[in-house]
Design a protein around this ligand. Structure first.
Ligand SMILES: [Ca+2]
Ligand SMILES: [Ca+2]
Ligand SMILES: [Ca+2]
Length: 215
């Protein structure tokens, strides 16, 4: 009598049919688990980046209240991790984070140096700011900036998120086009994933006065 390949014979391990069923089940389980796992990893990287940006914000405030600075750093515009001496023009006011001067990690959880922009009066040692100085950086809710979260930020930091290597959405393009407008809004799946944090003049004034560096 010929062997039936679909009949389970303990002496011969699993039949082809059993193997096929097991593989199909494993495939279904993996197919269901992978999106969940990648979603969790993405959430973890966003949380790590948020934490890093909070540290950067604290480091910027600490830099400003130190007696040797008394102002925020200018951005790094030549990619060496240190602030340039002057930030007179907009091109000098919008660059990347001078992470070496701040003593913070170089990159966010996505492997990128943060975008960093600062209002000249708060960063240029030659133009000492007062308690009435207003910032010029805007953080808007859309690229068109019909509404904004602030129009007077002293400084803005932006993480480009997980999709930094892709063609940016219009809102994300606004965060890397080198001008003084930035966009921040909720996460959009397969769309906007940038994170923005800013320092308002009020927060900076508060820290400077507390530290005895102003008025
Ligand atoms: Ca530099
Ligand atoms: Ca992004
Ligand atoms: Ca912009």
């Amino acid at each position: 009598m010929p062997l039936n390949p679909y009949r389970h014979n303990p002496a011969h391990g699993f039949t082809l049919l059993e193997m096929a069923v097991v593989l199909a089940i494993v495939g279904l389980l993996l197919g269901g688990l992978l999106p969940v796992m990648s979603g969790q990893m993405e959430q973890q990287r966003r949380n790590e980046t948020r934490k890093y940006m909070d540290e950067v914000r604290d480091a910027l405030l600490g830099y400003a209240i130190s007696t040797s600075n008394k102002h925020l750093p200018c951005p790094d515009t030549n990619g060496d991790g240190t602030a340039e001496a002057a930030c007179t023009t907009v091109a000098q006011q919008v660059g990347t984070l001078p992470y070496k001067d701040l003593g913070v990690a170089e990159k966010d959880a996505y492997g990128n140096v943060l975008v960093y922009a600062v209002t000249r009066e708060f960063a240029d040692g030659a133009t000492r700011f007062t308690l009435s100085t207003a910032g010029t950086m805007r953080v808007c809710t859309t690229a068109a900036c019909a509404a904004n979260l602030t129009s007077t930020a002293a400084a803005v930091i932006v993480s480009r998120g997980a999709n930094w290597a892709n063609t940016p959405s219009a809102d994300e393009a606004e965060n890397t086009d080198g001008d003084t407008d930035f966009v921040s809004h909720d996460f959009v799946q397969n769309g906007f994933d940038d994170l923005a944090v800013w320092i308002s003049p009020s927060i900076l004034f508060n820290r400077m006065v507390t530290a005895g560096q102003l008025p």
